[in-house]
Design a protein around this ligand. Structure first.
Ligand code: SAH
Length: 366
């Protein structure tokens, strides 16, 4: 282990005078993102896995994802459920949501995540009823991921017992974000401020980015990792960008992409570099191994994430008949599998890498 420590010291510290979150400067993060030598990357993976084990243990927390609705008032250029796309829309009934929640309890999950497009049809009152139901009837933690909702809504849901909120800042490059995530309803979108507000309200806050969005540079991605640290997040979710052929960004990546060598690729390796660096920089944060990662590498993407820093898995509880309609990107992994089928698969996959399903809500260890 001493030799490994020496190699680690040699590999980092390639300059940079900025403050160092856990010993990694911005330049360190940047050179790791650009690193291609496998023997060096092996060291990054090992170190991330060690810190993961030390900080959050071997449990993999299971968060059941319920995709409440694919209605969306926004028109993000990358997303297949963008409001202007002509597709069949759905919204689960309240009863269907309750059935999904009960299934999550039966399968032993610790959390349910209520996610949707930014759908005004999911009223403040309705989400409050869901949160109250889950907190009164089950031991589950509740995570919301409903887009940029109002201050009054956020406060009421927190009051009702919601524990966590996920809203990815998507990219730290504000000019790029403005192009691919247009403002709507005459309000300026400020996702970083939104995350700060979540923390002030007492939510555990989660952000994240898509890796390899056309127009994303290595410098930007290094800034994203440092921003995760600066925001003092409880959760960080990252996945590769997956081009959707029926979106403006999917159709016309060329007018956004940077020249070869400057553009971050949307690969499994790049995604796991971001996971590993986030683990090193943010230490005890909860990090999922995402479905997007399992989609870009169907064979073992999920395991790679978990072996390179991640400690959370988000199996899908949405009724199978609606899955294809929550079409944010194409060919989503596991989309046709029932929650029961996913359970068998995930337990087998966890066992194969020596990990165990988490017990309880699995909030951030302080
Ligand atoms: N409406 C909510 C939930 C969005 S879906 C919100 O805006 O927060 C959750 C995440 O899916 C998004 O934050 C985005 O990072 C990711 N996503 C959307 N389109 C994608 C694509 N084409 N490829 C990969 N990830 C995508």
């Amino acid at each position: 282990m001493q030799a490994a420590g020496a190699v680690w010291k040699l590999l980092r510290g390639k300059g940079g005078a900025e403050p160092e979150p856990k010993g990694l400067t911005r330049n360190d993060v940047l050179s790791w993102l650009k690193e291609e030598e496998e023997w060096k990357l092996d060291f990054l993976w090992t170190e991330a896995d060690r810190v993961r084990h030390e900080q959050v243990g071997d449990e993999v927390h299971l968060r059941g994802l319920i995709e409440l609705s694919n209605y969306c008032r926004r028109d993000c250029l990358y997303c297949g459920i963008r409001g202007s796309r002509r597709i069949e829309r759905y919204r689960l009934s309240e009863l269907e949501v309750e059935e999904c929640v009960r299934l999550g309890v039966r399968l032993g999950y610790g959390t349910v995540v209520l996610q949707a497009g930014e759908d005004p049809g999911l009223s403040r009152e309705r989400i409050t009823r869901h949160v109250r139901f889950i907190k009164a009837e089950t031991p589950l933690a509740v995570t919301l991921s409903l887009g940029e909702r109002s201050d009054a809504e956020l406060a009421e849901w927190r009051e009702a017992g919601a524990d966590r909120y996920l809203l990815r800042h998507e990219t730290a490059d504000m000019a790029l974000l403005r192009r691919i995530h247009p403002d709507c309803g005459g309000e300026r979108s400020d996702r970083v401020e939104f995350l700060r507000k979540l923390k002030r309200l007492g939510y555990e806050a989660g952000s994240g980015v898509m890796v390899g969005i056309p127009g994303q540079s290595y410098e930007t991605l290094a800034n994203d990792v440092l921003l995760f640290h600066e925001l003092d997040l409880e959760m960080v979710g990252v996945g590769p960008y997956l081009a959707h052929p029926d979106t403006p960004l999917g159709r016309d990546a060329a007018s956004f992409s940077l020249p070869a060598g400057e553009q971050v690729p949307a690969t499994d390796v790049m995604t796991t570099k971001v996971i590993a660096l986030t683990r090193l920089v943010c230490q005890n944060v909860n990090i999922p191994s995402t479905t997007a990662l399992a989609t870009v590498n169907t064979e073992n993407g999920r395991e790679l994430g978990l072996e390179r820093g991640a400690n959370v898995w988000m199996p899908n509880l949405t009724p199978v008949k609606y899955r294809a309609l929550y079409d944010i990107y194409p060919d989503k992994a596991c989309a046709g599998d029932t929650a029961e089928a996913c359970q068998a698969c995930l337990l087998r996959r966890l066992a194969s890498i020596g990990r165990v399903p988490g017990k309880g809500p699995g909030g951030q260890r302080k």
